[in-house]
Ligand binder design. Structure first.
Ligand code: GDP
Ligand code: IMO
Ligand code: MG
Length: 454
């Protein structure tokens, strides 16, 4: 026997084992948008497009390591903790329990975007009481850990230094503090905060923290945050089982940065694949509907780690400059290379994409020829899987397909037939190779520069 809550009267609805549930019982489906590469694929743009029809837009993992750009009416917004749907005045934005929140960062981001014209965001934002907090000292520790990595191993991870790793470490070691703790008994919160500081200071003696000053600031943030805080699980349950609703989940980071499936250890500290939507919001897998994978028409990566199709040559430089490939969060130049379909297929194995958004096709417009990585070889033999071991990934040889460039400006294309045949062939090849339909093709930064295929 199993229970669900009926949304209208909050009474438990009981179904018998084996009894088929109607779609109505299962509730609304959520649409999930996920990065299929190493991040910065254009998730913000895809979410913004879908958010015009959405009732709720949620973030389920990551923190302000993410940087999502949205361009509307010539105005460019960048979001880090706020869901990109916050622009849509008709939808509610939710920061779920799986997200780690740096409160000064959150309010700074809101205030900065308010100056650009984003009105009323605090009234449209809901924050889960189960979300963990990132403190300033987590960010300092992030930097100290990078210095330590450099000293011990001669290399860093190249983190965003936003405190993401240390905050998720506190969560996993059960010493972290959550939004509900901050809003509860402040004396108790203060004691736990000081214990956490001591714990980090015993690991990093150089770490200086003015705990009293931090607590004073946190108390102020708590009062600004209080009106936005809800029980996230109950909120989502209501949203899923109430009247029909369009619910959107905006993935941050990406499959190859996933803590389990990414290019470990050069990854972030959360699950950026589809499971993160369930654990980061408290929703059942049965409520996952469409899963849209976002991939650039080439590949980029910020930070350190293997990158088999990287082009350390004129092609890489052209992609970097034409694509304005500079990190939204850190301002670092992104490394660039050809589209690697091995990684996108791998991302699809894990996420089960129902459709793909292929962004930044326009960046390829000037190339004489375009290559696509289709397989990896080790010692001259094709391997069927994506290697877990980074030493192995460093050694793979990429097998490429080569396409003639279309040498035509695609930025004004608004429908399939506006695209040159050579570009159409490129898109169809990518689609067939991944085995997932391409639903959108991006040809520019703004909302309207997106060709919808079906
Ligand atoms: P996200 O982290 O996945 O949301 O992506 P970012 O915002 O970090 O990086 C994507 C960048 O590409 C942003 O500057 C976008 O404005 C831009 N962009 C997205 N789609 C397209 C496209 O189809 N063409 C071009 N030229 N730029 C795009
Ligand atoms: P969006 O959502 C690109 C990378 C960092 C670093 C590694 C670990 O904009 O696609 P972290 O600070 O998370 O501990 O850094 O992960 N990284 C991203 N790269 N886009 C992102 O997010 C990223 N989030 C984390 O550069 O290599
Ligand atoms: Mg980004």
């Amino acid at each position: 026997m199993s229970f669900t809550w009926s949304s209208d009267d909050h009474k438990a609805v009981v179904s018998q084992p084996g009894q088929k549930r109607s779609r109505g019982d299962a509730g609304n489906k959520v649409t999930v948008v996920l990065g299929a590469q190493w991040g910065d694929e254009g998730k913000g743009k895809v979410v913004d497009l879908l958010a015009t029809e959405a009732d709720v837009v949620c973030r389920c993992q990551g923190g302000n390591n993410a940087g999502h750009t949205v361009v509307v009416d010539g105005k460019e917004y960048d979001f880090h903790l706020l869901p990109s749907g916050i622009i849509n005045t008709k939808s509610t934005s939710l920061i779920g329990n799986g997200v780690v929140i740096h409160l000064p960062g959150l309010f700074e981001e809101g205030d900065k975007n308010e100056k650009k014209g984003l009105k009323g965001w605090e009234k449209r934002l809901i924050v889960s009481d189960r979300a963990h907090l990132v403190f300033d000292f987590h960010q300092v520790v992030d930097g100290l850990q990078e210095t330590e990595r450099q000293a011990q191993e001669g290399k860093t991870i190249g983190t965003t230094k936003k405190g993401i790793g240390p905050a998720y470490s506190s969560k996993a070691s059960r010493t972290g503090l959550r939004v509900c703790d901050l809003l509860g008994d402040f004396k108790d919160f203060s004691t736990r905060f000081k214990n956490l500081v001591r714990q980090y200071q015993s690991m990093y003696p150089a770490l200086k923290v003015d705990a009293e000053d931090q607590l004073k600031k946190l108390k102020e943030y708590a009062e600004r945050l209080r009106p936005m805080v809800r029980d996230g699980v109950y909120y989502m349950h209501e949203a899923l089982h109430g009247s029909p609703k369009n619910i959107l989940v905006e993935g941050a980071n990406a499959a190859l940065l996933d803590i389990d499936f990414g290019t470990y250890p050069f990854v972030t500290s959360s699950n950026c694949t589809v499971g993160g939507a369930c654990t980061g919001l408290g929703i059942p897998p049965a409520n996952i509907g469409d899963v849209f994978g976002v991939s650039k028409a080439y590949t980029t990566r910020v930070g350190i780690g293997a990158f088999p199709t990287e082009q350390l040559n004129a092609v890489g430089e052209l992609l970097q400059t034409r694509g304005h490939e500079v990190g939204v969060t850190t301002g670092r130049k992104r490394r660039c290379g050809w589209l690697d379909l091995v990684i996108v297929r791998y991302a699809h194995m894990i996420n089960g994409f129902t459709a793909i958004a292929l962004t930044k096709l326009d960046i390829l417009d000037v190339l004489d020829e375009i290559k696509v990585g289709v397989a990896y070889k080790l010692n001259g033999k094709r391997i069927p899987h994506f290697p877990a071991n980074m030493d192995v990934l460093q050694k793979v040889e990429v097998e490429y397909e080569t396409f003639p460039g279309w040498k035509t400006d695609t930025s004004a294309a608004r429908k399939w037939n506006d695209l040159p045949v050579k570009a159409q062939n490129y898109i169809r090849f990518v689609e067939n190779h991944i085995g997932v339909p391409i639903k959108w093709v991006g040809v520019g930064k703004s909302r309207e520069c997106m060709i919808q295929m079906f």
